[in-house]
Ligand binder design. Sequence first.
Ligand SMILES: [Zn+2]
Length: 272
Amino acid sequence: MVKRLTPPKTNNKRALFSIAHADDLILFAGGTAISLVNAGWEVAVVRATDDRWDSYELDERETIRRNKDEFDSALLNIGINQIYELGMKTDLLGDASEVELRKEFIRIIRDFKPYLTVTFDPDSYLYEDNQDHRLVGIAMAEANWAAGFDKHPNAGSKQLDPYLPIANWYFGREVAEPTHYFDVTKVFSKAVQAATHHKTMLINMARQLELKAATDQKKLDITSKVEKSPATFVNKIMQTSRAKKVKGVKYAEVFRVRDSVAIIENLAKVER
Ligand SMILES: [Zn+2]
């Protein structure tokens, strides 16, 4: 039975979301991010790639530019203005160094000092066919403990002080062993609205579906509709991934949660 998640009770209201691509934040955990912002949390986002190939009939330069602009405006729309960009080439993380990426994440954890980190579940390989998502999840899960080791190097020329987040929430296309869910029903329409900013990526998504339809000699003509009004299309996508996940909850985002709150409280009691 999965338990209901709410924003943790703490004075350090800082959350760091790590994603591979511009649209990952809203599509996988947008409702949760909005809820944290609404609860007074300071939210930062690290994007690993530059999304240079995620468009249809645009060149790389224009694709990078548009996806960056749309990413910034989507985040601004939900009250997030702290962004760390790693600028790695998109769809090539399958060949990238996990340890180098981990160093980048350690640097950002030590710099931003979050209570909570949120990223792809490294153990949810179920239905995940995107190597960028996998590497971000693996490298961030390690950074979540390695950032506290004083000899573990961070990226950049300056070795920063060790620091550790207390809570780690992992999402996925299908979380293999979910422990918690966040009820995002109330903020769902706001999340959809934010997702419509990712027009370039949504058009490409529609185009990919048209290609599949063509494989089956079917005519699907949705690209022009998505161009005109991305909301209907992205609403359907986000409903599908959130509806009927938890009994009695209209829209839920599902997580595997790890936190050290109980053990710390227990040890603090012993000390008193
Ligand atoms: Zn992605």
